[in-house]
Design a protein around this ligand. Structure first.
Ligand code: GUN
Ligand code: ZN
Length: 426
Protein backbone atom coordinates (compact mmCIF):
# COMPACT_ATOMS: atom_id res chain seq x y z
CA UNK A 1 0.00 0.00 0.00
CA UNK A 2 2.57 2.57 1.16
CA UNK A 3 6.37 2.53 1.05
CA UNK A 4 8.23 4.78 3.49
CA UNK A 5 11.70 5.79 2.32
CA UNK A 6 14.05 6.78 5.13
CA UNK A 7 17.20 6.22 7.12
CA UNK A 8 15.86 3.72 9.64
CA UNK A 9 17.35 3.03 13.07
CA UNK A 10 15.97 0.42 15.47
CA UNK A 11 16.99 -2.23 18.01
CA UNK A 12 15.26 -5.57 17.34
CA UNK A 13 17.74 -7.32 19.67
CA UNK A 14 18.42 -5.94 23.15
CA UNK A 15 21.84 -4.27 23.44
CA UNK A 16 21.81 -5.49 27.06
CA UNK A 17 22.17 -9.03 25.70
CA UNK A 18 24.52 -8.38 22.81
CA UNK A 19 22.19 -6.79 20.24
CA UNK A 20 23.40 -3.88 18.16
CA UNK A 21 21.87 -0.91 16.48
CA UNK A 22 20.24 -1.85 13.18
CA UNK A 23 20.81 1.01 10.77
CA UNK A 24 19.71 1.11 7.14
CA UNK A 25 20.33 4.06 4.87
CA UNK A 26 17.87 4.55 2.02
CA UNK A 27 15.62 1.89 3.48
CA UNK A 28 12.19 1.06 2.14
CA UNK A 29 9.47 -0.03 4.56
CA UNK A 30 6.33 -1.37 2.88
CA UNK A 31 3.21 -1.10 5.02
CA UNK A 32 -0.15 -2.75 4.37
CA UNK A 33 -3.11 -2.29 6.73
CA UNK A 34 -0.79 -0.69 9.28
CA UNK A 35 1.66 -3.60 9.35
CA UNK A 36 5.22 -3.76 7.97
CA UNK A 37 5.12 -6.35 5.18
CA UNK A 38 8.57 -5.79 3.70
CA UNK A 39 11.72 -3.81 4.39
CA UNK A 40 15.12 -3.55 2.80
CA UNK A 41 17.01 -1.43 0.27
CA UNK A 42 14.51 1.06 -1.10
CA UNK A 43 15.28 0.14 -4.73
CA UNK A 44 14.41 -3.52 -4.11
CA UNK A 45 11.26 -2.83 -2.07
CA UNK A 46 10.12 -0.32 -4.67
CA UNK A 47 10.79 -2.67 -7.60
CA UNK A 48 8.59 -5.31 -5.95
CA UNK A 49 5.74 -2.76 -5.53
CA UNK A 50 5.92 -0.34 -8.43
CA UNK A 51 2.35 0.90 -7.95
CA UNK A 52 2.51 1.68 -4.23
CA UNK A 53 2.51 5.24 -2.94
CA UNK A 54 5.97 6.36 -1.75
CA UNK A 55 6.28 8.62 1.30
CA UNK A 56 9.64 10.34 1.18
CA UNK A 57 11.15 10.68 4.68
CA UNK A 58 14.75 11.15 3.58
CA UNK A 59 16.73 13.51 5.80
CA UNK A 60 16.90 12.94 9.53
CA UNK A 61 16.10 9.47 10.87
CA UNK A 62 13.05 7.26 11.21
CA UNK A 63 12.80 5.53 14.60
CA UNK A 64 10.23 3.15 16.07
CA UNK A 65 7.49 5.01 17.93
CA UNK A 66 8.65 5.99 21.41
CA UNK A 67 7.13 4.18 24.40
CA UNK A 68 6.54 6.04 27.66
CA UNK A 69 6.17 3.45 30.40
CA UNK A 70 5.20 5.93 33.13
CA UNK A 71 3.49 9.30 32.75
CA UNK A 72 0.72 11.12 34.67
CA UNK A 73 -2.15 12.64 32.69
CA UNK A 74 -3.35 15.16 35.33
CA UNK A 75 0.12 16.64 35.86
CA UNK A 76 0.74 18.41 32.53
CA UNK A 77 0.26 21.86 34.02
CA UNK A 78 2.57 21.28 36.98
CA UNK A 79 5.66 20.35 34.95
CA UNK A 80 8.63 22.31 36.25
CA UNK A 81 7.67 22.52 39.93
CA UNK A 82 11.27 22.34 41.05
CA UNK A 83 12.86 22.54 44.48
CA UNK A 84 10.94 19.92 46.47
CA UNK A 85 11.45 16.27 47.41
CA UNK A 86 8.71 13.76 46.56
CA UNK A 87 6.26 14.03 49.47
CA UNK A 88 6.36 17.85 49.60
CA UNK A 89 6.02 18.03 45.83
CA UNK A 90 2.98 15.75 45.94
CA UNK A 91 1.31 17.75 48.70
CA UNK A 92 2.04 21.25 47.45
CA UNK A 93 2.32 20.85 43.69
CA UNK A 94 0.84 17.70 42.15
CA UNK A 95 -2.14 16.78 44.31
CA UNK A 96 -3.84 20.22 44.36
CA UNK A 97 -3.83 20.02 40.55
CA UNK A 98 -5.07 16.42 40.61
CA UNK A 99 -7.99 17.57 42.77
CA UNK A 100 -9.01 19.97 39.97
CA UNK A 101 -9.80 16.91 37.82
CA UNK A 102 -13.09 16.68 39.73
CA UNK A 103 -14.24 19.24 37.17
CA UNK A 104 -14.76 17.05 34.11
CA UNK A 105 -14.57 19.99 31.71
CA UNK A 106 -11.20 20.95 33.14
CA UNK A 107 -10.06 17.31 32.93
CA UNK A 108 -11.09 17.21 29.26
CA UNK A 109 -8.99 20.26 28.46
CA UNK A 110 -6.00 18.79 30.26
CA UNK A 111 -6.53 15.40 28.57
CA UNK A 112 -6.27 17.13 25.18
CA UNK A 113 -3.10 18.94 26.27
CA UNK A 114 -1.68 15.67 27.56
CA UNK A 115 -2.34 13.57 24.46
CA UNK A 116 -1.08 16.38 22.26
CA UNK A 117 2.10 16.59 24.36
CA UNK A 118 2.77 12.89 23.92
CA UNK A 119 2.28 12.96 20.16
CA UNK A 120 4.41 16.09 19.70
CA UNK A 121 7.23 14.30 21.52
CA UNK A 122 6.99 11.26 19.22
CA UNK A 123 5.41 8.99 21.82
CA UNK A 124 3.12 6.41 20.24
CA UNK A 125 2.46 4.18 23.25
CA UNK A 126 2.10 5.13 26.90
CA UNK A 127 1.25 3.55 30.23
CA UNK A 128 -0.61 6.42 31.82
CA UNK A 129 -1.41 7.16 35.44
CA UNK A 130 -4.97 8.42 35.14
CA UNK A 131 -6.91 10.58 37.58
CA UNK A 132 -8.69 9.89 40.88
CA UNK A 133 -12.06 10.65 39.22
CA UNK A 134 -13.70 8.18 36.80
CA UNK A 135 -15.16 10.92 34.58
CA UNK A 136 -11.67 12.41 34.19
CA UNK A 137 -10.32 9.00 33.18
CA UNK A 138 -13.08 8.82 30.56
CA UNK A 139 -11.75 12.10 29.17
CA UNK A 140 -8.26 10.62 28.85
CA UNK A 141 -9.46 7.48 27.06
CA UNK A 142 -11.81 9.46 24.82
CA UNK A 143 -9.03 11.77 23.71
CA UNK A 144 -6.50 8.96 23.19
CA UNK A 145 -9.05 7.03 21.11
CA UNK A 146 -9.89 10.09 19.02
CA UNK A 147 -6.22 10.73 18.26
CA UNK A 148 -5.33 7.05 17.78
CA UNK A 149 -2.65 6.68 20.44
CA UNK A 150 -1.87 3.38 22.16
CA UNK A 151 -2.69 3.99 25.81
CA UNK A 152 -2.99 1.76 28.85
CA UNK A 153 -4.32 3.58 31.87
CA UNK A 154 -6.85 3.60 34.62
CA UNK A 155 -8.43 5.12 37.69
CA UNK A 156 -5.87 6.08 40.35
CA UNK A 157 -7.07 4.79 43.70
CA UNK A 158 -6.16 5.65 47.29
CA UNK A 159 -7.91 5.42 50.65
CA UNK A 160 -5.53 7.14 53.06
CA UNK A 161 -2.95 9.89 53.65
CA UNK A 162 -3.86 12.08 50.67
CA UNK A 163 -6.11 15.15 50.65
CA UNK A 164 -9.62 13.83 51.40
CA UNK A 165 -11.23 14.64 48.05
CA UNK A 166 -8.82 12.21 46.34
CA UNK A 167 -9.82 9.26 48.52
CA UNK A 168 -12.31 6.51 47.78
CA UNK A 169 -13.26 3.16 49.31
CA UNK A 170 -12.17 -0.29 48.15
CA UNK A 171 -15.77 -1.12 47.16
CA UNK A 172 -16.20 2.07 45.15
CA UNK A 173 -12.76 1.68 43.58
CA UNK A 174 -13.60 -1.83 42.42
CA UNK A 175 -16.95 -0.78 40.96
CA UNK A 176 -15.51 2.28 39.21
CA UNK A 177 -12.61 0.30 37.73
CA UNK A 178 -14.86 -2.45 36.40
CA UNK A 179 -17.16 0.13 34.81
CA UNK A 180 -14.25 1.99 33.21
CA UNK A 181 -12.71 -1.24 31.93
CA UNK A 182 -16.05 -2.24 30.44
CA UNK A 183 -16.14 1.06 28.54
CA UNK A 184 -12.51 1.17 27.36
CA UNK A 185 -10.47 -2.01 27.80
CA UNK A 186 -9.76 -3.51 24.38
CA UNK A 187 -11.45 -0.66 22.52
CA UNK A 188 -9.33 0.71 19.67
CA UNK A 189 -5.75 0.84 20.99
CA UNK A 190 -6.71 1.17 24.65
CA UNK A 191 -6.21 -1.10 27.65
CA UNK A 192 -7.07 -0.83 31.31
CA UNK A 193 -4.35 -0.54 33.98
CA UNK A 194 -5.13 -1.12 37.66
CA UNK A 195 -3.50 1.83 39.41
CA UNK A 196 -3.16 2.21 43.18
CA UNK A 197 -1.22 5.46 43.65
CA UNK A 198 1.38 3.78 45.92
CA UNK A 199 1.11 1.53 48.92
CA UNK A 200 1.69 4.56 51.15
CA UNK A 201 -1.82 5.78 50.22
CA UNK A 202 -3.58 2.39 49.95
CA UNK A 203 -4.78 0.10 52.71
CA UNK A 204 -4.54 -3.66 52.50
CA UNK A 205 -8.25 -3.76 51.65
CA UNK A 206 -7.64 -1.40 48.74
CA UNK A 207 -4.79 -3.54 47.44
CA UNK A 208 -7.11 -6.54 47.65
CA UNK A 209 -9.72 -4.66 45.63
CA UNK A 210 -7.04 -3.93 43.03
CA UNK A 211 -6.22 -7.63 42.84
CA UNK A 212 -9.93 -8.37 42.25
CA UNK A 213 -10.03 -5.96 39.33
CA UNK A 214 -6.93 -7.60 37.85
CA UNK A 215 -8.60 -11.00 38.19
CA UNK A 216 -11.82 -9.80 36.62
CA UNK A 217 -10.47 -7.76 33.69
CA UNK A 218 -8.76 -10.13 31.32
CA UNK A 219 -5.45 -8.72 30.08
CA UNK A 220 -5.45 -5.64 32.32
CA UNK A 221 -2.09 -4.23 33.40
CA UNK A 222 -1.00 -3.23 36.90
CA UNK A 223 1.02 -0.13 37.68
CA UNK A 224 2.12 1.84 40.74
CA UNK A 225 5.17 3.47 42.36
CA UNK A 226 7.95 1.91 44.43
CA UNK A 227 11.17 2.81 46.28
CA UNK A 228 11.38 6.37 45.04
CA UNK A 229 12.42 8.39 48.08
CA UNK A 230 13.77 7.71 51.58
CA UNK A 231 10.91 9.35 53.50
CA UNK A 232 8.36 7.51 51.36
CA UNK A 233 10.08 4.16 51.93
CA UNK A 234 10.28 4.75 55.71
CA UNK A 235 6.57 5.60 55.81
CA UNK A 236 5.64 2.47 53.88
CA UNK A 237 7.77 0.37 56.22
CA UNK A 238 5.83 1.80 59.18
CA UNK A 239 2.46 1.18 57.51
CA UNK A 240 3.22 -2.45 56.59
CA UNK A 241 5.30 -3.66 59.56
CA UNK A 242 4.81 -7.36 58.84
CA UNK A 243 5.82 -7.08 55.17
CA UNK A 244 9.36 -7.94 54.11
CA UNK A 245 9.92 -4.81 52.03
CA UNK A 246 8.16 -2.32 49.76
CA UNK A 247 7.84 -4.81 46.88
CA UNK A 248 6.13 -7.21 49.28
CA UNK A 249 3.33 -4.69 49.85
CA UNK A 250 2.27 -5.39 46.26
CA UNK A 251 3.34 -9.01 46.03
CA UNK A 252 1.31 -10.14 49.09
CA UNK A 253 -1.86 -9.20 47.27
CA UNK A 254 -0.93 -10.93 44.01
CA UNK A 255 -0.18 -7.70 42.17
CA UNK A 256 3.25 -8.55 40.76
CA UNK A 257 3.35 -10.42 37.45
CA UNK A 258 4.61 -9.95 33.88
CA UNK A 259 1.67 -7.53 33.48
CA UNK A 260 3.04 -5.21 36.21
CA UNK A 261 5.08 -2.05 35.81
CA UNK A 262 6.44 -0.24 38.88
CA UNK A 263 7.85 3.25 38.52
CA UNK A 264 11.17 4.44 39.96
CA UNK A 265 12.71 1.70 42.15
CA UNK A 266 15.67 3.94 42.88
CA UNK A 267 16.42 2.32 46.25
CA UNK A 268 15.69 -1.44 46.03
CA UNK A 269 17.36 -4.06 48.17
CA UNK A 270 18.60 -7.26 46.56
CA UNK A 271 15.66 -9.32 47.79
CA UNK A 272 13.27 -6.92 46.07
CA UNK A 273 15.16 -7.13 42.80
CA UNK A 274 15.02 -10.91 43.06
CA UNK A 275 11.26 -10.76 43.60
CA UNK A 276 10.69 -8.37 40.68
CA UNK A 277 12.76 -10.66 38.44
CA UNK A 278 11.03 -13.86 39.54
CA UNK A 279 7.55 -12.38 39.14
CA UNK A 280 8.40 -10.82 35.75
CA UNK A 281 7.57 -7.33 37.01
CA UNK A 282 9.02 -4.50 34.92
CA UNK A 283 10.41 -1.21 36.23
CA UNK A 284 9.84 2.18 34.63
CA UNK A 285 13.03 4.19 34.99
CA UNK A 286 12.22 7.91 35.19
CA UNK A 287 15.56 9.71 35.24
CA UNK A 288 14.49 13.34 34.82
CA UNK A 289 11.96 12.98 37.63
CA UNK A 290 14.50 11.23 39.86
CA UNK A 291 16.89 14.10 39.22
CA UNK A 292 14.32 16.90 39.62
CA UNK A 293 12.96 15.57 42.93
CA UNK A 294 16.44 14.56 44.12
CA UNK A 295 15.19 11.00 44.50
CA UNK A 296 18.52 9.41 43.60
CA UNK A 297 20.62 7.73 40.95
CA UNK A 298 18.93 4.66 39.46
CA UNK A 299 20.87 1.38 39.93
CA UNK A 300 20.38 0.15 36.36
CA UNK A 301 23.31 -2.26 36.53
CA UNK A 302 21.77 -4.12 39.48
CA UNK A 303 18.44 -4.36 37.66
CA UNK A 304 20.01 -5.69 34.48
CA UNK A 305 22.30 -8.12 36.31
CA UNK A 306 19.33 -9.51 38.25
CA UNK A 307 17.24 -9.85 35.09
CA UNK A 308 14.63 -7.19 35.94
CA UNK A 309 13.06 -5.70 32.80
CA UNK A 310 13.43 -1.91 32.58
CA UNK A 311 11.68 0.62 30.36
CA UNK A 312 11.83 4.41 30.30
CA UNK A 313 9.21 6.81 31.66
CA UNK A 314 8.97 10.58 31.53
CA UNK A 315 6.97 10.72 34.78
CA UNK A 316 5.44 14.03 33.73
CA UNK A 317 4.84 16.18 35.79
CA UNK A 318 7.72 15.41 38.22
CA UNK A 319 9.62 14.61 35.02
CA UNK A 320 10.46 17.72 33.09
CA UNK A 321 9.21 16.97 29.58
CA UNK A 322 7.28 14.52 27.39
CA UNK A 323 10.39 13.75 25.37
CA UNK A 324 11.81 10.25 25.66
CA UNK A 325 14.85 11.53 23.77
CA UNK A 326 15.60 13.85 26.66
CA UNK A 327 14.78 11.07 29.11
CA UNK A 328 17.26 8.77 27.35
CA UNK A 329 19.95 11.43 27.60
CA UNK A 330 19.24 11.86 31.32
CA UNK A 331 19.44 8.08 31.79
CA UNK A 332 22.87 8.23 30.17
CA UNK A 333 23.96 11.09 32.45
CA UNK A 334 22.85 9.22 35.56
CA UNK A 335 24.76 6.07 34.65
CA UNK A 336 27.88 8.05 33.93
CA UNK A 337 27.56 9.90 37.27
CA UNK A 338 27.40 6.54 39.07
CA UNK A 339 30.98 5.84 38.00
CA UNK A 340 31.98 2.23 38.63
CA UNK A 341 28.45 1.39 39.82
CA UNK A 342 26.91 2.73 36.63
CA UNK A 343 26.14 0.90 33.42
CA UNK A 344 27.73 2.72 30.49
CA UNK A 345 25.01 3.26 27.90
CA UNK A 346 25.55 3.41 24.15
CA UNK A 347 23.15 5.20 21.78
CA UNK A 348 21.68 1.77 20.94
CA UNK A 349 20.90 1.21 24.64
CA UNK A 350 19.10 4.55 24.76
CA UNK A 351 17.01 3.77 21.69
CA UNK A 352 16.21 0.31 23.02
CA UNK A 353 15.12 1.72 26.39
CA UNK A 354 12.92 4.33 24.68
CA UNK A 355 11.26 1.84 22.29
CA UNK A 356 11.46 -1.96 22.41
CA UNK A 357 12.13 -2.21 26.16
CA UNK A 358 9.03 -0.15 26.88
CA UNK A 359 6.92 -2.19 24.48
CA UNK A 360 8.08 -5.34 26.20
CA UNK A 361 7.40 -3.89 29.66
CA UNK A 362 3.85 -3.12 28.52
CA UNK A 363 3.39 -6.61 27.09
CA UNK A 364 3.15 -5.45 23.49
CA UNK A 365 5.00 -7.63 21.01
CA UNK A 366 3.47 -5.98 17.95
CA UNK A 367 5.49 -2.75 18.33
CA UNK A 368 8.94 -1.64 19.53
CA UNK A 369 10.95 -2.00 16.32
CA UNK A 370 10.30 -1.76 12.59
CA UNK A 371 10.73 -5.41 11.57
CA UNK A 372 8.46 -7.16 9.10
CA UNK A 373 5.32 -8.23 10.96
CA UNK A 374 5.31 -5.31 13.41
CA UNK A 375 2.77 -2.53 13.31
CA UNK A 376 4.07 0.64 11.73
CA UNK A 377 4.51 2.82 14.81
CA UNK A 378 7.22 5.29 13.89
CA UNK A 379 8.61 8.74 14.54
CA UNK A 380 10.44 10.80 11.95
CA UNK A 381 13.09 13.01 13.56
CA UNK A 382 13.92 15.64 10.98
CA UNK A 383 15.47 18.83 12.37
CA UNK A 384 15.01 22.17 10.67
CA UNK A 385 17.64 22.94 8.08
CA UNK A 386 20.51 24.78 9.74
CA UNK A 387 19.50 23.88 13.29
CA UNK A 388 22.28 22.61 15.53
CA UNK A 389 20.95 19.07 15.32
CA UNK A 390 20.85 19.31 11.54
CA UNK A 391 24.45 20.53 11.48
CA UNK A 392 25.80 17.80 13.75
CA UNK A 393 23.80 15.07 11.98
CA UNK A 394 25.32 16.17 8.69
CA UNK A 395 28.76 15.63 10.19
CA UNK A 396 28.03 12.41 12.10
CA UNK A 397 30.62 9.67 11.65
CA UNK A 398 28.22 6.74 11.44
CA UNK A 399 24.73 5.65 12.50
CA UNK A 400 25.59 5.19 16.20
CA UNK A 401 27.09 8.65 16.24
CA UNK A 402 24.03 10.09 14.50
CA UNK A 403 21.78 8.45 17.08
CA UNK A 404 23.90 9.89 19.90
CA UNK A 405 23.34 13.32 18.35
CA UNK A 406 19.59 12.72 18.19
CA UNK A 407 19.53 11.96 21.92
CA UNK A 408 21.86 14.83 22.77
CA UNK A 409 20.00 17.51 20.84
CA UNK A 410 16.64 16.15 19.69
CA UNK A 411 13.27 17.08 21.11
CA UNK A 412 9.65 17.72 20.15
CA UNK A 413 10.65 20.53 17.74
CA UNK A 414 12.42 17.94 15.60
CA UNK A 415 9.51 15.50 15.40
CA UNK A 416 8.13 15.89 11.86
CA UNK A 417 5.99 12.80 11.61
CA UNK A 418 4.35 10.30 13.94
CA UNK A 419 2.52 7.11 12.90
CA UNK A 420 0.59 4.56 14.93
CA UNK A 421 -0.49 1.37 13.18
CA UNK A 422 0.17 3.10 9.88
CA UNK A 423 -2.08 6.09 10.71
CA UNK A 424 -0.31 9.41 10.61
CA UNK A 425 -1.03 11.36 13.81
CA UNK A 426 1.25 14.26 13.01
N1 GUN B 1 4.35 8.57 44.13
C1 GUN B 1 3.02 8.63 44.33
N2 GUN B 1 2.44 9.50 43.49
C2 GUN B 1 3.43 10.00 42.72
C3 GUN B 1 3.47 10.93 41.65
O1 GUN B 1 2.46 11.49 41.22
N3 GUN B 1 4.69 11.19 41.10
C4 GUN B 1 5.82 10.57 41.54
N4 GUN B 1 6.98 10.86 40.95
N5 GUN B 1 5.81 9.69 42.54
C5 GUN B 1 4.64 9.41 43.12
ZN1 ZN C 1 4.85 8.68 38.76
Amino acid sequence: MTIYRATVLDTPESPFTGGRLRAEDDCGIAVTAGVVVDRGPFARVRAARPDDEVVDLTGGVLLPGLVDSHVHFPQVRVIGGLGMPLLDWLKDCALPEEARMADTGYAGTVAAEFVDGLVRAGTTTALVFGAHYPAAVDQLFERAAAVGLRVAGGLVVSDRLLRPELLTTPEQAYADAIALAARWHGKDRLRYAVTPRFSLSTSEAMLEACASVLDDVDGALFTSHINENGAEIDTVRGLFPDHRHYADTYHRYGLLSPRSVLAHNVHPDDAELGLLASTGTAVAHCPSSNSALGSGLFPLRRHVERGVRVGLGTDVGAGTSFSLLREGLQAYFVQSLLGADGLPLTPAHLLYLATAAGAEALGLDSVGDLSVGKEFDAVWVRPDDGSTLDVVLTHANDADDALAKVFALGGPADVRGVWVGGDRLR
